[in-house]
Design a protein around this ligand. Structure first.
Ligand code: ASP
Length: 396
């Protein structure tokens, strides 16, 4: 009975109950939004100190720069490769199913601002001028950059002092993980409120004209989640991916409910380390980085959305334009912030690279929150597989 009433199972039940309540009692669920917001804030409260302490002690745990280079390179290589696989799956599916072809809907004419990602923007999103500002604004990539450098530099101070520093931050990190464990107990309530509000706010009618597009994204995401990633886990990581999924499912469900990889990060770290046995120094580096740059679900969605919008406008895309979409969707997913709706903003980048009208974004806004929930789950599932696979490769 206790196993049946585990937080994971209750969370799943809450998602279903929340969706039902959102349809039957939309006014009540709108009132209850604040409950979901309290839960979200509790999670967000932990992100910054957790990222700092985890990455910092992960660096100290790795022991030297050569091992950091090893883990860093493997992590980035894994992340870029899996993201590319996922975009490819999206492009193949969207070309097979061709959602949006012959769809008769009013074409939007509002102007949309173009998101541009210059080289300088990328640089400054990584290198902070003031780490306190990065902490205050929750800029995770900057915090990672600072923590990595400080960690590496601390490796060469005297052993005696280094052990003190390690004990202090390791203890703090354990405390934060404990705090996460407490907050997780509230997940069923928080998720009920979050999902209920989402359904009450959107309604279900939005799916009517966009069902084929939503279905294409969903199918692509399912293939990536249940075929590609498990295959990599099995072949490269040598573990049973489905058993692993059951161990870490709390994080995936939470990603679905919050549509934010960042808000899910504390829980991803807790389940990966404590339930699935991924070592702290691997999880502490691979998961925060993954939450920020590894978004397989977002990348897949970007490619499908771009082709869908082109189809609605009756634009026939050439092969070189598909290749451009492949490249920019991958980049856009790396650049997208780990918060709800970030992928939609980055879509401007993909569209403008191949000359698809940016106003087309208005076509897909209605179903975006739902697809965001799905793609964020896949983003987090991708990170969790990354952590497990890389853990195997760097076991020294
Ligand atoms: N919400 C996603 C995430 O946090 C990003 C996106 O909008 O695609 O992972």
């Amino acid at each position: 009975m206790r196993r049946l009433l585990s937080v994971e199972n209750l969370t799943l039940l809450s998602i279903l109950l929340g969706a039902g309540a959102g349809i039957l009692k939309p006014e009540l669920m709108k009132e209850l939004k604040i409950v979901g917001d309290v839960f979200l804030n509790l999670l967000k409260m932990i992100i910054v100190p957790l990222v700092f302490t985890s990455v910092f002690i992960a660096m100290l745990g790795l022991g030297d720069i050569a091992r950091f280079r090893d883990v860093g390179l493997k992590t980035v290589a894994y992340y870029v490769t899996t993201t590319a696989f996922s975009v490819l799956a999206g492009l193949v599916l969207v070309n097979l199913l061709q959602p949006g072809k012959g769809l008769d809907i009013n074409l939007p004419s509002d102007s949309v601002e173009v998101g541009r990602l210059s080289f300088e923007d990328v640089l400054w999103s990584i290198i902070p001028s003031n780490p306190v500002e990065s902490f205050a604004e929750g800029r995770v990539l900057q915090i990672i950059f600072f923590s990595v450098l400080l960690g590496l530099a601390t490796l060469s101070i005297s052993k005696d002092k280094r052990e003190h520093v390690f004990a202090l931050f390791d203890g703090l990190n354990d405390g934060l993980i404990n705090l996460t464990r407490w907050i997780i107990k509230l997940t069923p309530v928080g998720v009920f409120a979050l999902v209920g509000f989402m359904v009450a706010d959107l309604g279900l009618s939005v799916f009517l004209s966009l069902w084929k597009y939503a279905l294409t994204v969903t199918l692509g995401l399912l293939i990536h989640a249940f075929v590609t990633l498990p295959l990599l886990g099995y072949l490269l990581g040598r573990y049973n991916p489905y058993a692993y999924f059951l161990k870490v499912r709390e994080a995936v469900l939470l990603a679905f409910s919050t549509a934010s990889s960042a808000a899910t990060l504390p829980v991803s770290m807790q389940v990966a380390e404590e339930k699935a046995g991924v070592r702290k120094e691997t999880a502490g580096f691979v998961l925060p980085l993954g939450a920020t740059i590894n978004m397989d679900g977002t990348a897949l969605y970007e490619s499908v959305a771009a082709v869908f919008i082109a189809n609605v406008y009756g634009i026939n895309l050439e092969l070189y334009q598909m290749v451009m979409i492949f490249i920019t969707a991958t980049l856009a997913s790396i650049g997208a912030a780990a918060i709800p709706g970030a992928g939609l903003i980055m879509l401007t980048l993909v569209l403008s690279s191949v000359g698809i009208p940016l106003e087309g974004i208005a076509l897909i806004v209605a179903v975006d929150r739902f697809l965001d929930m799905l793609r964020t789950s896949i983003n987090v599932w991708g990170d969790l597989n990354g952590a497990r696979i890389i853990d195997r490769f760097v076991r020294g």
